[in-house]
Design a protein around this ligand. Structure first.
Ligand code: ASC
Length: 129
């Protein structure tokens, strides 16, 4: 028999916690809280690129019920949710590409900011608070 399906709410929270580790570490460098390290930054950005394809499968119909900050609009406006997810993935991919050849913090700042805006845009529309 197949293994029981993972609770999608727990699964997506897990992915977003992994997001926070990488995006947070990059943000600390961007803010000057930690020292710029181009290899570390590129590693985090590459990890984000892998992660950025993963959350969306864990928003099946019905998973608005439970301990979640997901708004009902995810399921009532699926095309808009997909648009945000696609835009986010594109900007994260761009960040990873830039980070792979960056030498200075200034090289990655614009792409990091643009990627962060796609986090925020989706939260504003689809996440509670
Ligand atoms: C983060 C985080 C977000 C984005 C967003 C950027 O570090 O947790 O949701 O950046 O705040 O504007």
């Amino acid at each position: 028999t197949a293994a029981p399906a993972k609770d999608p709410i727990q699964a997506r929270k897990h992915v977003f916690k992994e997001y926070k580790k990488s995006f947070g570490a990059m943000g600390d460098m961007v803010k000057g809280k930690t020292a710029w390290n181009k290899d570390e930054f590129a590693k985090y950005a590459a990890n984000m690129e892998t992660l950025s394809s993963q959350p969306w499968q864990y928003f099946p119909a019905g998973s608005d019920k439970g301990k979640t900050e997901a708004r009902a609009e995810i399921w009532t406006k699926p095309a808009e949710f997909k648009k945000q997810a696609d835009s986010h993935q594109a900007k994260i991919a761009e960040l990873a590409k830039v980070a792979a050849t960056a030498t200075t913090l200034a090289d990655v700042k614009p792409a990091f900011g643009a990627a962060g805006q796609t986090c925020k845009a989706c939260h504003d529309q689809f996440k509670k608070d």
